[in-house]
Design a protein around this ligand. Structure first.
Ligand code: PGA
Length: 241
């Protein structure tokens, strides 16, 4: 596990972006696992900038999102489909046919989850998975639980997750309480994991994930078992290490 601590959010984002840039340059047809939330916004900005400067070509890359809210139309401006378009896909030359996001509106959720796992497997798994971490130690929306869920699954979001997500919605009642998330297996089977965290409110989750026992109550702790993890933190998120 490589832990890189940078002075601030901007430096964290630039360092994380350099990892993704190398991946795209070395393997233009790679499978990139994408995360949402506040943390990777700076990373996506850097990648868009590199594309606009003519330094990156995403046309052959394939994208799999970690998660999507249940019952939010992709056109809803709080859906993760919308987030990815607005912050990344609309500004690069991604091939729409190579963009994969769980369908939060699917009537048959179990079938949608199986389809998503089969799709990931058909593409040979994920080469580089970008990850954030929740204040409760979740990765994707794999919430603290009594066991690790290997497959893509529907999840009832933790109160702490709903609270953290509330800042994007105008009222608490609008915050989705369920989501579809990629399970732990495809995450762990990714060739490289790139986890970003910034801010003091992530410091305890980061410490538990990297230094605590490996347990499903702190889902990110499973990363300790992965042979190729790059952790990029700002100084505040690293303060308990
Ligand atoms: P954030 O969320 O980037 O908005 O803090 C991270 C996560 O919940 O994984």
């Amino acid at each position: 596990m490589r832990i890189i601590v940078k002075e601030n959010y901007e430096e964290m984002s630039k360092t994380a972006a350099s990892v993704v840039k190398s991946q795209i340059v070395l393997h233009p047809d790679c499978v990139l696992g994408c995360a949402t939330g506040g943390t990777p916004l700076g990373l996506y900005r850097e990648l868009v900038k590199a594309y606009q400067n003519g330094d990156l070509d995403f046309s052959e890359a394939c994208f799999f999102n970690l998660d999507e809210y249940r019952d939010l139309d992709p056109a809803n401006n709080q859906s993760y489909a919308h987030y990815m378009k607005e912050n990344f896909f609309d500004h690069i030359n991604a091939d729409p046919d190579r963009i994969h996001i769980p369908d939060g509106m699917a009537e048959d959720v179990d079938a949608e989850c199986r389809r998503y796992d089969a799709d990931i497997a058909r593409h040979g798994g994920i080469d580089l998975q970008i990850l954030g971490i929740g204040v409760n130690g979740h990765i994707g929306f794999n919430e603290p639980n009594a066991h690790f869920c290997p497959d893509t699954h529907k999840v009832v979001l933790d109160d702490s997750t709903i609270e953290a997500n509330a800042r994007y919605f105008s009222s608490m009642a609008e915050v989705p309480t369920e989501a579809i998330t990629m399970g732990i297996r495809p995450i762990l089977q990714s060739k490289t994991l790139l986890l970003l965290a910034n801010g003091e409110n992530k410091a305890e989750a980061v410490r538990s994930a990297l230094r605590g026992p490996i347990c499903p109550e702190l889902p990110a702790s499973i990363l300790q078992l992965h042979p190729n993890v790059i952790i990029v933190l700002d100084r505040e998120a690293a303060r308990n290490l």
